[in-house]
Write a protein that binds this ligand. Structure first.
Ligand SMILES: Nc1ncnc2[nH]cnc12
Ligand SMILES: [Zn+2]
Length: 316
């Protein structure tokens, strides 16, 4: 029924690899690595995917990531995601991963990065999916920790092209990370940051002016600030919007309230992405489908959104 949406060539620009960990793979990895889980089975775990806000989700997301232990685990995770891309005609992807989620629990830095990098390479060669990895800092941790992470990553600089900023937004403004982003830019990396998901428009201004990001992740709260919208339109700064995520995390009460098409019609360069598809009920095509069902997105609008995603690519 939605073959036309699936068939559109698209890029995915906002995807956390740890958030693509499907419950079935999570259980398989737990067994492989002898990790005890607090849920008796896949169905019980899935029924826990009900969230009132970002933090409730993050608590479960970090708990789930604990089954990822070996390079092979990270390879399998990334490869499974790339298979989904192939099935949905996602021809290019710029996923994030959070090194600190893994180093904080004793996994050596290179384990995650090497597993992910190997799968992304195979994705290019075997599936024809181009990609670029974004190394994302956890904003609930001190800037000092982000600096340490960046220094650990530098010997592997060919494996990623940009730095990002994610995790608990409220109370952790972009300004907290101004110096580490400057350092990353001086080393030649591009920058993106989550801003305006739960946080106010001021966080988006900070991401642009202090972190000098090339793209804003989420950014839906920009709609509250007409001057900010003007700037986003004038400079054609892309927003990586994640509709299913925003409704699952109660950023909007219901998909019918979502502002993505309004932003699109105002000239903002918005794109459609899945964020953490294993937790939020779908990959990119399902996000497009939800917009069609709840907001009567037209074919022309869907094509424009898909085209925006290809134009907003940063990795070459
Ligand atoms: N939607 C989101 N916002 C902030 N941090 C995240 N980490 C994974 N998903 C996230
Ligand atoms: Zn995100």
């Amino acid at each position: 029924m939605y073959d036309w949406l699936n068939a559109l060539p698209k890029a995915e620009l906002h995807l956390h690899l740890e958030g693509s960990l499907e419950p079935e793979l999570l259980f398989a990895l737990a067994e492989r690595n002898k990790v005890a889980l607090p849920w008796p089975d896949v169905d019980t775990l899935r029924s826990a995917y009900a969230f009132n806000n970002l933090q409730e989700f993050l608590d479960l997301y970090y708990r789930g990531a604990d089954v990822l232990r070996t390079e092979q685990d990270f390879y399998d995770l990334t490869w499974a995601y790339l298979q989904r891309c192939k099935a949905q005609n996602v021809i290019h992807t710029e996923p994030f991963y959070d090194p600190q989620t893994h180093t904080e629990r004793g996994i050596p830095f290179e384990v995650a990065l090497q597993g992910i990098d190997a799968a992304l390479r195979d994705g290019r060669e075997q599936l024809g999916i181009t990609s670029g990895l974004i190394l994302s800092f956890l904003r609930h941790l001190p800037e000092e920790e982000a600096f340490k992470t960046f220094e650990q990553a530098l010997p592997y600089r060919d494996a990623f092209f940009a730095v990002g900023l994610d995790s608990s937004e409220l109370g952790h403004p972009p300004s907290k990370f101004e110096r580490v982003f400057q350092r990353a830019r001086e080393e030649g990396f591009l920058a993106v940051a989550h801003a305006g998901e739960e946080g106010p428009p001021e966080y988006i201004w900070e991401a642009l002016d202090l972190l000098k990001v090339n793209r804003i992740d989420h950014g839906v709260r920009a709609a509250e600030d007409p001057r900010l919208i003007e700037r986003l339109v004038e400079e054609q700064i892309p927003l990586t919007v994640c509709p299913l995520s925003n409704t699952k995390l109660c950023v909007f009460d219901d998909m019918s309230q979502h502002n993505i098409l309004e932003l699109l019609e105002r000239g903002v360069k918005v794109t459609v992405n899945s964020d953490d598809p294993a937790y939020f009920g779908g990959y990119v095509t399902e996000n497009f489908m939800a917009l069609h069902e709840a907001l009567q997105m037209t074919r022309e609008q869907a094509e424009r959104l898909a085209r925006n995603s290809l134009e907003a690519r940063l990795a070459r």
